[in-house]
Design a protein around this ligand. Structure first.
Ligand SMILES: NC(=O)c1ccc[n+]([C@@H]2O[C@H](COP(=O)([O-])OP(=O)(O)OC[C@H]3O[C@@H](n4cnc5c(N)ncnc54)[C@H](O)[C@@H]3O)[C@@H](O)[C@H]2O)c1
Ligand SMILES: [Zn+2]
Length: 361
């Protein structure tokens, strides 16, 4: 087992990464507060892993909340089911919430933990690659609104993140690829050595070689932990983790939640951000090709969906959380391995990127 630490003063917490960690009950119980516990998962993950986690918690009589599966259920309406269960079972402020599942479950359980009785402790047990390398670390929680992704939420750090790499064995190939989008993102924004490592080892990752997966998860989490420690509330550098996300969220919202997976939309969005960075004269042509090639090798899209016009994409991008005083701010690449946030992208260049992204789909 590998252990990393997210350094946030008194809110610091460990990330445990390894095979068979669901069987290690002490990792969970050690980070619980009080005696009550509520487990939040969904209808797909519950039959696979809920019993394994429950086995360690029997004497705590855990409350179990099983949500419907899917990004389209990451809503205030479905969130309310968690509050219903907590209140019906008279859970107090000493109740620890455990999120067992992918990013949707993690974001929703985390938001419930952030707001139930003004905040209760929570533990992340991520079971998708995307959640293991990204969403379970850093304390961003929330739900979607019909008009925009993740528009309602809070910062609330977990007490621990427990990553059992064996859970990836039941994940579909499509979901595995979606997770790789956020892995590639890490290399692009701040770790060119890792990007080169990915170029070399992508095939092992696609074949689910356990050592390669553990390495990719560790390097992704280490990078994310450093960024979060430097800028917990996204006053600056943390925003670079949103590379591709302004484009990506526009795709997700425009296509309807769940049609394109988050990682797929982010992959196309990163290809667009790279394209725009190249048009600005920052990113070399050869690096643009390397980026596109790696994304495609991971079985991810580099084009926007033909169903969304460039105008519609541009319109959807303007509800992004990074918009300040009506001005779009984008994360772009100064070069491969170095991201920057810019508020003054010439509109004609952005239009050219959007048009090109829809051209040869
Ligand atoms: N909070 C953050 O910092 C952050 C960062 C990135 C993404 N996100 C959010 O994360 C969400 C995407 O997360 P995701 O990609 O994990 O999607 P997801 O939670 O929808 O999980 C993907 C699918 O895999 C299933 N699943 C989960 N674990 C499984 C397993 N071990 N075996 C088989 N099936 C399994 C799920 O039921 C679901 O059908 C988005 O809502 C996105 O906004 C949040
Ligand atoms: Zn993301």
């Amino acid at each position: 087992m590998k252990t990393l630490e997210v350094e946030l003063g008194e809110r610091s917490y460990p990330i445990f990464i390894g095979s068979g960690l669901l069987a290690r009950g002490e990792l969970l119980t050690r980070h619980m507060v009080g005696t009550r516990v509520a487990m939040v998962t969904n209808e797909t993950v519950a039959p696979l892993y809920l019993a394994k986690v429950r086995a360690h918690l029997g004497r705590h009589h855990p409350v179990e909340v099983i949500l419907p599966d899917g990004e389209q259920h990451k809503s205030l309406t479905v969130l309310n089911r968690i509050f219903d269960a907590l209140l019906e079972n008279r859970c107090d402020r000493q109740t620890t919430i455990i999120a067992l599942g992918g990013g949707v479950v993690g974001d929703m359980a985390g938001f419930a933990a952030a707001t139930y009785q003004r905040g209760v402790p929570f533990i992340q047990v991520p079971t998708t690659l995307l959640a293991q390398v990204d969403s379970s670390v850093g304390g961003k929680t929330g739900v979607n609104h019909a008009l925009g992704k993740n528009m309602i939420g809070a910062f609330h750090q977990p007490r621990a993140v427990i990553i059992d790499t064996d859970t990836l064995n039941t994940l579909s190939d499509r979901e595995l690829s979606a997770g790789l989008a956020e892995v590639i993102k890490v290399g692009l924004i701040r770790d060119p050595v890792f990007f080169a490592w990915l170029e070399q080892h992508l095939d092992r990752l696609l074949k689910r070689d356990p050592d390669a997966l553990a390495e990719a998860i560790e390097r992704s989490c280490r990078n994310k932990a450093e960024v979060v420690a430097a800028d917990e509330r996204e006053a600056g550098v943390r925003a670079t983790l949103n590379l591709g996300h302004t484009f990506g969220h526009a795709i997700e919202t425009g296509m309807g939640y769940g049609a394109w997976l988050h990682g797929e939309a982010v992959a196309a969005g990163m290809a667009m951000a790279a394209d725009l960075s190249h048009r600005l004269g920052w990113l070399k042509e050869s690096d643009l090709s390397r980026i596109r090639m790696l994304i495609e090798r991971a079985h991810l899209p580099v084009q926007a969906p033909p169903a969304l016009s460039a105008t519609r994409l541009r319109e959807l991008m303007s509800v992004d959380k990074k918009v300040q005083a009506g001005k779009l701010r984008l994360v772009l690449l100064k070069k491969l391995g170095e991201a920057t946030i810019t508020g003054d992208v010439p509109e004609p260049l952005l239009d050219a990127t959007l048009a090109a992204a829809r051209a040869a789909a």
